[in-house]
Design a protein around this ligand. Structure first.
Ligand code: NAD
Length: 520
């Protein structure tokens, strides 16, 4: 029996339930590669109960004890990279490079990053107060794990955006239940095997396989939810979590703009646009989804992008460097890509290359470049999540900024400029949660920088101090060591003490500081 089948059998035994299953397909071949249990609410709540019991000891373990597990898991991932990459490729249809760079390498990096940073990001903070009434107290802000964190993930990065978010939650002392996408659950089961091999105590991390209902049950049972997925589902999760006042962190969809100014290095801009527009088949939350180019360099930039796009090879991924683009992982996505292109063409857009889905076996969509696009078209306003690059001509940087900000999303963004300082000035005017100058997406690799969306791209951040503090409740401690028998404000009220308190407040608050007196 393979590991995955063994774990699938474990899961079935753990939950009981009515034996419902769902199928997992390889999108590059169309073959069904596994059947897994579709866990119901009762099964999920049983996992939560076991996680809650296991969390106690894990939460009391030292950072070093937890870090040792993470470093061993990192070694396990590195040793088993071929197996992991193959599992990711089989269930997503992505290339070996996409699986290896993003799912294996990024997650291995995250294991070490959080192992190293957790103690400082979650250290007790001593606080000094300005408040007269609290003078002399020892004031401490401390982080304490929520307990059981539910991590609900999407299909585009089945490890990086599912288990990857479990790593800081675990380092903070939580137990975690992963609810991977029903499209790509096998990678999470494999990682569970790795965590067991690395010595993670039983039940500290478990996997709940299933569909949206399984995820909804996890929202009901967990103490905190980390969700990565579509904006539509994110809203449902937030509404459901409101029933139990469960905190949520939401990493949602995007429609990331790229701006190319007239003095930009067009070769670098075009290479970056084609890579970050087409990498992972365009199925990245922060893909370059729309491009605005200043008029004087528009034609040259478009030509470069078209030439580079035509050179991309697409097909069933094999070994290293076999193809640049793999399959469309999720079947309904093909219809969305087709709809956006059809809508654009109906409204006057030109397709310069690509534009069609291929006939099976497997599910592929040609890398596509469009021009003559505008904001009346879905391809410029809605998340396409496919290998499409619509390019729009703009008069100047002001028009580019206005159009880039004309969106309900706000995940990532990029600006290409000959003068990096001018690029930074333009980047600061963008409303997205992140912005790169003369690059795209690279901010994500700097795990010290917070990453999170504005608008309908999400709430909360992953990475940076906030990326682990969010998995904790903040407890404020005020310790009085030396004190009189009675405070000035204690009972019984007397005219003398009330008068003293009043005079004190007039003295403290009755003046505007000199610096601000004449400022209007
Ligand atoms: P999705 O919203 O359809 O599904 C995500 C997960 O939510 C799946 O595990 C699914 O089973 C679960 N789910 C569905 N309904 C649920 C419910 N009612 N309650 C609880 N869980 C439920 O997203 P997807 O199609 O898997 O992923 C693609 C989307 O993810 C894109 O919009 C992409 O931009 C986004 N994404 C965002 C980021 C980011 O960091 N911001 C990263 C990767 C992907």
């Amino acid at each position: 029996m393979s590991t995955v089948e063994q774990q699938s059998a474990d899961i079935s035994r753990n939950g009981g339930g009515d034996g419902r299953t769902f199928a997992v397909d390889n999108p590059a071949t169309g073959e069904t590669i596994a059947h897994l249990p579709d866990m119901d609410a009762e099964q999920v709540h049983a996992l939560v109960a076991r996680a809650r019991a296991a969390q106690k000891a894990w939460g009391e373990a030292s950072f070093d004890d937890r870090a040792a597990v993470m470093y061993r898991a990192r070694k396990w991932m590195t040793d088993n990279r071929e197996r992991i990459a193959k599992t990711v490729m089989d269930e997503t249809g992505k290339t070996r490079e996409d699986a290896f760079i993003a799912d294996v390498f990024t997650t291995a990096d995250a294991l070490g990053f959080w192992a190293k940073k957790a103690p400082s990001y979650l250290a007790d903070e001593r606080v000094r107060t300005h408040a007269v009434l609290a003078f002399g107290r020892k004031l401490i802000l401390r982080y304490r794990p929520y307990g059981v964190v539910g991590v609900i993930g999407p299909w585009n990065y089945p490890i990086a955006n599912c288990f990857g978010d479990a790593v800081p939650a675990l380092m903070a002392g939580n137990a975690v239940i992963l609810k991977p996408s029903e499209v790509t659950p096998l990678s999470s089961l494999l990682v569970l095997e790795g965590m067991r091999a690395a010595g993670l105590p039983d039940d500290v991390m478990q996997v709940a396989t299933g569909t949206g209902e399984t995820g909804a049950a996890l929202v009901d049972g967990a103490d905190m939810i980390m969700f990565t997925g579509s904006t539509r589902t994110g809203k449902k999760i937030m509404a459901r979590a409101a029933e139990t006042l469960t905190p949520v962190s939401l990493e949602l969809g995007g429609k990331d703009p790229m701006i190319v100014l007239r003095d930009a290095d067009l070769e670098r801009a075009a290479n970056t646009a084609v890579y970050w527009g087409m990498a992972n088949g365009g199925q990245i939350c922060m893909s370059v989804e729309r491009i605005y180019v200043e008029e004087p360099v528009y034609d040259e930039f478009v030509q470069k992008v078209v030439d580079k796009t035509r050179q991309l090879r697409q097909g069933k991924p094999g070994g290293a460097a076999s193809v640049e683009l793999g399959a469309v992982t999720f079947a309904p996505q093909v219809e969305i890509i087709e709809r956006h292109i059809r809508d654009a063409v109906d409204k006057g857009a030109d397709v310069l290359t690509g534009g069609k889905a291929s006939n099976g076996p497997g599910r592929f969509f040609e890398p596509t470049v469009l021009t003559n696009v505008d904001h009346s078209m879905e391809i410029m306003t809605e998340e396409t999540f496919g290998p499409t690059l619509p390019i729009m001509k703009v008069r100047d940087a002001d028009e580019a900024v206005q159009l880039a900000n004309d969106t309900r999303y706000g995940l990532n963004s990029s600006v290409f400029a000959g003068d990096p300082d001018e690029g930074e000035r333009v980047a600061r005017r963008l409303t997205a949660g992140s912005a790169c100058v003369n690059d795209a997406v690279i901010n994500y690799a700097a795990t010290e920088l917070p990453f999170g969306g504005s608008g309908e791209s999400g709430i909360g951040v992953r990475h940076g101090p906030g990326g682990i503090q969010k998995y904790c409740q903040v407890q404020a401690l005020a310790v009085t060591r030396f004190a009189t028998k009675r405070e000035l404000y204690h009972f019984p009220y007397t005219k003398t003490r009330s008068g003293l308190l009043e005079r004190m407040s007039v003295l403290l608050y009755g003046r505007v500081p000199r610096k601000y007196r004449n400022r209007r």
